[in-house]
Design a protein around this ligand. Structure first.
Ligand code: PLP
Length: 464
């Protein structure tokens, strides 16, 4: 590496520290660190400015599915770029957004009949990130009841440990104190049900004696307050940012039943779980659940471009139809809604699922992940391991028997992540939880390596 290049790197590091305020980052710490500047990606690897390659162990924050520099997606964007980069969906249409909408409806959870009702996701409303997809869902649900002439459904029911994004509405239905507590005075009113976090059950049940008591609490809230609740919003099966909390089987289905019984909508936030992450295209499919509204983002473009979609049923959509003067219009839209480049990337990414048999080819990788997690579960400071498909969490504890957590300040998760970097693995923990979420396209061999590095890093850090 020549002197000029080293000078250039130093300059970039300084400029980053001078100008950039990084998300979810204590900048005082950042200023003392040597930043990793990423310059290139390929398959499940990313390369830093010094030429060192790392396994992208959390898929560039959960967005990458088929790997980096995927030819089909690169080509789709280039091809679209030769036509037009952006035009608006406000009063105009564009080709990629039309074609993508059809595909999204085709791959959405299969329609279901339930009693006299028919559940089918049929309409696509675009936005450009997960938080906005959630804002759209909340506003749709809220206004739906107004159009139906049902008064007072001004609130939502969400779960503790929930994460639905960082805008004010999305935070209002969030449930992670460390992120959300500060902003509480700004939130609208919500009801909170317990999180089915079995390892640390709020109701102090063990799996063998559990009969979904946490759902009884949700049911109590619905019985008392369903007249005030527009929708229940959940991250189906895996509460991701809350610590990769994997729900017990059957919980999601029961939530759907409770929503039906109490006449509230169900919003499924599949932003983290969508696009094959959990082993099926969408997590809802594991329990044959069709939500009334479904939020998608993250994996939708294979992490190439910011894009989100909020899917809804005809039942909801139809209530927004009316005379122009009636003001039933859904007054919501973003500048980049339905961006053609992003939609082109998403179409190519969805096509790859079929072309490469992605959902089938991940099955042996899920089996390997589970085998490696079992080994890791035996380590002295690992309290719990959990996964659904290729999403996994490894919860580190100071004391395995009392489940005493490491204090937040100890940054134990980060210590493991830093250790793993030495062996060419990039991961980002959630507090004391080590997150494993590689691109679905990772090879068996690389997944094995990823897990071995994580195991070694945990051992090395927790032994001290
Ligand atoms: C990441 C995430 C969001 C927010 O998406 P952004 O694009 O970061 O705004 C919302 N819900 C879930 C479940 C997520 O994982």
């Amino acid at each position: 590496m020549n002197m000029n290049y080293l000078e250039e790197i130093k300059k970039l590091e300084e400029l980053d520290k001078k100008y950039i305020w990084h998300p979810f980052t204590q900048m005082k710490d950042w200023l003392e660190e040597k930043p990793i500047i990423i310059t290139e990606g390929r398959d499940c690897f990313i390369k830093d400015i010094h030429g060192k390659w790392y396994i992208d162990g959390v898929s560039s924050i959960w967005v990458n599915i088929h790997g980096h520099r995927k030819k089909e997606i690169d080509d789709a964007i280039k091809k679209q770029l030769d036509k037009i980069a952006h035009s608006t969906l406000l009063g105009l249409a564009n080709i990629p957004s039309i074609k993508l909408a059809e595909k999204l409806i085709q791959i959405a959870p299969k329609p279901l009949a339930f009693k006299s009702r028919h559940f089918a996701l049929t309409k696509v409303f675009y936005s450009d990130n997960g938080s906005t997809a959630v804002e759209v869902a909340l506003k749709m649900a809220f206004q739906y009841w107004i159009h139906k002439g049902v008064k007072n459904k001004h609130s939502f029911l969400s779960l503790k440990n929930a994460y639905h994004g960082d805008t004010i509405g999305a935070m209002s239905v969030g449930g992670i104190d460390i992120f959300h507590k500060t902003f509480e005075p700004l939130f609208f009113k919500t009801f909170k049900a317990p999180s089915p976090y079995c390892y640390r059950c709020e109701l102090e049940k063990t799996p063998s004696e559990c009969s979904f008591e946490c759902l009884t609490e949700m049911e109590d809230i619905l019985e008392k307050h369903s007249d005030k609740i527009a929708a229940v919003i959940v991250e189906p099966i895996v509460q991701a940012a809350g610590g990769m909390i994997v729900w017990p089987e059957g919980y999601l289905k029961r939530v759907r039943e409770l929503c039906n019984k109490h006449n509230v909508l169900l919003i499924a936030d599949e932003i983290a779980t969508g696009f094959g992450r959990t082993g099926k295209m969408f997590a809802c499919e594991h329990e044959d659940v069709v939500p009334d509204i479904m939020c998608l983002s993250k994996g939708i473009t294979n992490g190439y471009m910011p894009l989100a979609a909020t899917l809804s049923t005809d039942e909801i959509y139809d209530t927004f139809l009316g005379e122009f003067k009636d003001l039933k219009t859904f007054f919501h839209g973003h500048s980049y809604t339905g961006n053609p480049l992003a939609c082109a990337a998403a179409i190519a990414s969805i096509d790859l699922f079929e072309k490469e048999g992605t959902l089938k080819s991940i099955q042996p990788k899920i089996a390997l992940l589970e085998k490696k997690l079992k080994e890791i579960a035996d380590l002295p400071n690992v309290g719990n391991v959990r996964n659904k498909g290729l999403i996994a969490g490894i919860e580190l504890v100071r004391d395995k028997f009392s489940k005493e957590p490491y204090p937040w300040e100890e940054k134990i998760g980060w210590k493991v992540a830093y250790k793993a970097r030495e062996d060419g693995v990039l991961i980002r923990p959630l507090g004391n939880i080590i997150v494993v979420m590689p691109p679905l396209a990772i090879s068996v061999e690389n997944l094995n390596r990823l897990m071995n590095v994580i195991k070694k890093a945990i051992l090395s850090v927790t032994n001290n």
